[in-house]
Design a protein around this ligand. Sequence first.
Ligand SMILES: *Cc1c(COP(=O)(O)O)cnc(C)c1O
Length: 394
Amino acid sequence: MSDTPKTLVRRTPWPASSSRAVVTPLQPSVVYASASPDALDDQYEGRAKGYTYAREGHPNADVLATKIDALEGAKGGFILGSGMAAVTAAMLGVLKAGDHVVGGDQLYGRSMRMMGTELPRFGVETTLADPTDAAAIEAAIRPETRMILIEVVSNPTLRVADLDGIAKIANARGILLAVDNTFTTPRGVRPFEHGADIVIHSVTKLLAGHSDVTLGYVAAKDPAVREQMLGTSVTLGLTPSPFDCWLAERGLYSFELRYDRAEQNAAALADHIAGLPGVKRVLYPLRNDHPDHNRAVSLLNGRGGAMVTFEIEGGRAQTNALVQAAQNIAFAPTLGDIGTTLSHPATSSHRALTPERRAALGLGEGVFRVSVGVEPVELLAQEFEAAIAASQRA
Ligand SMILES: *Cc1c(COP(=O)(O)O)cnc(C)c1O
């Protein structure tokens, strides 16, 4: 029998230190002890600050949220377990049966599912419309419309929404405008400055930037809307993990550096790819041949972002050959990683669409979307050139 000290199960006090850690501490505690029932009363009634139970909030989430608030020019944003949890918080926190939602017609795939499958189950009707055309969004509005959900730059065609036009319509009618700013990031546009009521992020993508956390963020202009979303999130358990928040906060330190470098790379890569044999077209918002070039220049302050879409000649044999030849570029259905990744909408993000709908969006077999990373651009140019050449030999 070992002679275990009887105090083993007691928590050991944190060692005293006259110096302090530079790095944000990681606090995985699920529970927080209070001094007394009076102290707990003070906390629940908002007279004192403090944590009680991690599903209700924890310091690592708050540190991260404060940082994203500063980027977005927001107040009181909070962190959720995924980008879709943030979409859920915005929708279920605000909507009730009988309400109607207008959504952009090229939303993120799971947001589409939210509009098409989940919300209708709860008696919320939805309509999709083209967000590059404010009149089309306006035409979809009904007396019961409570919310409009759009993304500023669509995936993967990189169409730029008429954010100002839609905000004017939404604001005038008292409809909440929710903007999923994942793709564009506050480096490209800050939706609250353009009349948005709710801003949503998949922190998983460019903000965290290293493909090692799944997190979301949501903020509202109106504190009452914020309280509704937060209350619903805590009840539904959309809570983020402290460790994920800690990693994402670390990722954010380099967000602006990563973003600017990736964006420069993307602009150069788009021009390089456009000149290669076997390339049918290249989509990049700042190129003169992009359908929303002028809006990208004005709304996005001349920032084109880190995504490039291109289409090659040929069918599946050519697309298979391209991916196999691009050995150093991860073929993976995500975006925003520090390294360049490649996705093929026809077999991933847009596979649920009918071939006719894909064709209408211009998403044939030959279309790839590149999430450009921070590698030396010469390397990327070389690798894409070789992979595209290999595809045309297939
Ligand atoms: C990835 C993504 C989401 C969902 O985020 P998760 O963190 O994967 O849940 C929502 N919107 C957009 C635009 C995205 O790219």
